[in-house]
Design a protein around this ligand. Structure first.
Ligand code: MN
Ligand code: MN
Length: 446
């Protein structure tokens, strides 16, 4: 049978190590800088400006081929290359999220207990809590001071961690399930131990507050007007003797954000349809809010970009690749996946017809026609891809932003890179898949 479904390895294509390493070097520097959605916006806007994109201006006349961007509150961004056809003929959208699971600081985080300064956290997104103890952490985010100025708290020389119990005394803890062994309230971050005299008592907290004031000009109550978070302080690295994989924090979904963005930068000729890359916040917590995919910034951007054209007409004619990661087959845990419909490392981006859980609950489930459209595009551009779903039918599931695009009357399907250790502090992707996903995005956007 000529057209039996047989996966092809990306390695069957004769890429040189050099082809792959050019993409991956860029990707590593993106991951190193882009530890939060704000930093991903900062990084991509800077790179886009270097590639000729400018901030969109209302009322200005734009021509086919012009490149613009619109930023939403510093936490989401939309990059556009205007096509030859008007936007009412449809827009080609690749959308990915730039938020990742992490430990957010509570609004009142500072506490001193038994001579140690601890910062209370509230985890963001789906994490296995035990993975976040005894791990170097970096502080990320901003605080708005009383005069209204924002200060960025990223400092390379600051390191934190959550402590764990020594095995010698962990008898009771070790009998608990993995879900219960470390509880949410226990994820308190170690942030100081040196006391100063404060009145007639010694205070570690007073010392840390003094340091915060001296370094950042912030006081304890300024932390109420802040977005502060702890992320793994781990260098992105190439994994294996063959350096064929990338290990890093936050690859869900920055691997798709990166490949979509680079795929757009690879567009050198004016596209027929307007090409858009939409990088969005809040996917890991349900896509709600002003910077999430359910927010109205998307409509506002379309209206502004099109000069007030009918949004329903634009959406109905548009198509979207919802670019998000999938679970790659892990030989240590093969039983949670249906091998025949699982995503495997090195076989290119996985086109995922539907996500959701159990009886396809909460998925947009791309139509046969939509699958045909995108698969044809991939075949025409000689992109190596695979098709699959996330996990065995009754084992679990997950969601992406696909349904929020589809609910807007936009034909949408999920595509993305398979990861090992998804949502862990250190996630693994295949270098070949990163490369091929960039080609897949370009094939759609060009
Ligand atoms: Mn994701
Ligand atoms: Mn996720």
């Amino acid at each position: 049978m000529e057209h039996e479904y047989k996966k092809k390895s990306v390695y069957e294509k004769h890429y040189t190590k050099d082809d792959l390493s050019k993409t991956v070097e860029k990707y590593l520097s993106f991951l190193k800088f882009g530890k939060t959605e704000r930093k991903c916006v900062e990084y991509t806007v800077r790179a886009a400006e270097a590639a000729g994109f400018t901030a969109f201006e209302d009322g200005k006349k734009y021509n086919p081929g012009d490149k613009v961007y619109l930023i939403n509150r510093g936490k989401a961004v939309c990059f556009v290359i205007f096509g030859k056809q008007p936007m009412t003929a449809g827009v080609h959208i690749a959308a990915a999220h730039i938020d990742s699971p992490r430990l957010d600081l509570k609004v009142n985080p500072v506490s001193e207990e038994s001579g140690l300064l601890l910062l209370k956290t509230h985890y963001y997104g789906g994490i296995k809590k035990y993975q976040w103890t005894a791990l170097p952490l970096a502080l990320e985010g901003i605080v708005i001071r009383k005069d209204g100025t924002a200060v960025d708290l990223r400092r390379e020389d600051l390191t934190f961690c959550v402590t764990d119990l020594l095995p010698h005394l962990a008898g009771d803890q070790m009998k608990k399930t993995l879900a219960e062994g470390v509880e949410g309230e226990d994820l308190r971050v170690l942030a100081g131990s040196e006391p100063v005299k404060d009145g007639d008592k010694d205070s570690v907290k007073a010392n840390v507050l003094r340091l915060l004031y001296e370094e950042f000009g912030i006081e304890e109550d300024d932390l109420q007007c802040a977005e502060l978070t702890m992320v793994p302080k781990l260098e992105p690295a190439l994994i294996g003797f063959d350096k064929s994989m990338v290990g890093a924090y936050g690859q869900d979904d920055r691997v798709c954000a990166f490949t979509a963005f680079e795929g757009l930068l690879d567009v050198t000729e004016t596209p027929e349809k307007t090409a858009m890359v939409f990088l969005v916040d809040k996917e890991e917590v349900g896509s709600d809010g002003v910077t999430g995919m359910q927010g109205r910034f998307f409509e506002r951007a379309l209206r502004r970009l099109s000069g007030g054209a009918d949004l329903l007409t634009i959406c109905a004619a548009s198509r979207c690749l919802s670019a998000d990661v999938n679970a790659a087959l892990d030989p240590i845990y093969p039983n949670v996946l249906d091998k025949q419909n699982a995503c495997e490392m090195g076989f290119g981006p996985c086109i995922t017809k539907y996500t959701g859980a159990r009886g396809k609950s909460s998925t947009s489930d791309a139509s046969a026609e939509t699958m045909f459209y995108f698969i044809k595009k991939m075949r025409e551009a000689d992109v190596t891809f695979q098709t699959g779903e996330l996990g065995k039918v009754d084992v679990g599931g997950g969601g992406t932003i696909a349904k929020y695009m589809a609910n807007r009357d936009i034909d949408t399907v999920d595509i993305g890179v398979g990861l090992l250790s998804m949502h862990a502090p250190f996630e693994i992707a295949s270098v070949a898949d990163v490369y091929e996903t960039r080609r897949a995005m370009h094939a759609f956007l060009k």
